[in-house]
Design a protein around this ligand. Structure first.
Ligand code: ADP
Ligand code: ADP
Length: 235
């Protein structure tokens, strides 16, 4: 379980990104944070893997304050998927996926074999493994990003607008793929998006954010659809 305990973040320079945010993300669930740009979503994600440090409050994973964890080890133990894939351009698809396992001392050969299996899991043909990221479509790159995040077999996946840069049809395919992966693997997922339909499709729970990470509404997709808050504007 991930717990945000009254977490705040003010960036140097004084921008308040998050003000006293509290939330529990149960294990094996997908919680979607949905809100417009600047509402603090990315900052909230980054405080889970210590890419950002809270200026108030605590983030706990299974009861332990992440502030007490080694930041590099923590980051490698948590899958992180970004809008633009974040793939290393000069490494093949297989080596991109194998990066973290190799850093974690999995022998390279074995890591590559696992990477090839992960390609299949995210719906890509094994033959793409020897390509470089620039030789893939945007949707394929995002799938590789998901495979890379899964490679260290993390319990937690943090996903920051992972499908934001692909066209609507491919986006739907990727959403369906993620739902399948979640049904098979049961990860604890915190998924960030500004797309309300995406939030409703993917979330076991949906948390609607206003500025400064203030929670406007939260509930299951059915609960939110039954009584949407004013902030919850569908495109
Ligand atoms: P979202 O992901 O919802 O778009 P962010 O967490 O990226 O929101 O940003 C929340 C606020 O914090 C915004 O006002 C943004 O400009 C500011 N912010 C984000 N990252 C930084 C940073 N590294 N330094 C200073 N301000 C930042
Ligand atoms: P850095 O050199 O920035 O400290 P690492 O050595 O931990 O990063 O990781 C090397 C590469 O693997 C980086 O490009 C980073 O983005 C990526 N990476 C690290 N941890 C993860 C993760 N948990 N999920 C996906 N990619 C990761």
């Amino acid at each position: 379980m991930i717990e945000f305990e009254s977490v705040s973040k003010t960036y140097p320079g004084g921008t308040v990104a998050v003000r006293e945010f509290s939330l529990q993300v149960p294990s094996h669930r997908t919680v979607v944070l949905v809100g417009s740009s600047g509402s603090g979503k990315s900052t909230l994600l980054q405080m889970v893997n210590r890419m950002a440090e809270p200026t108030g409050g605590r983030v706990l994973i299974d009861g332990d304050d992440v502030a007490g964890r080694d930041a590099v080890a923590l980051r490698r133990s948590i899958g992180y998927v970004l809008q633009h894939g974040g793939l290393l351009p000069h490494r093949t698809v297989l080596d991109n996926i194998a990066t973290v396992p190799v850093l974690n001392r999995t022998p390279r050969r074995r890591a590559r074999i696992q990477a090839a299996e992960l390609l299949e899991r995210v719906g890509l043909d094994e033959s793409l493994g020897t390509r470089y990221p620039s030789q893939l479509s945007g949707g394929q790159q995002q799938r590789v990003g998901v495979a890379r995040a899964l490679a260290a077999d993390p319990n937690i996946l943090l996903m920051d607008e992972p499908f934001g840069a692909v066209d609507p049809i491919v986006r739907r395919e990727l959403q369906a793929e993620l739902a399948r992966i979640q049904a098979d693997l049961g990860k604890t997922i915190v998924f960030v998006t500004h797309d309300v339909d995406e939030a409703l499709r993917l979330g076991d729970e949906v948390v609607v954010l206003r500025r400064h990470g203030v929670i406007a509404q939260r509930g299951t997709p059915a609960q939110i659809l039954a009584a949407p808050a004013d902030d919850f504007v569908r495109d």
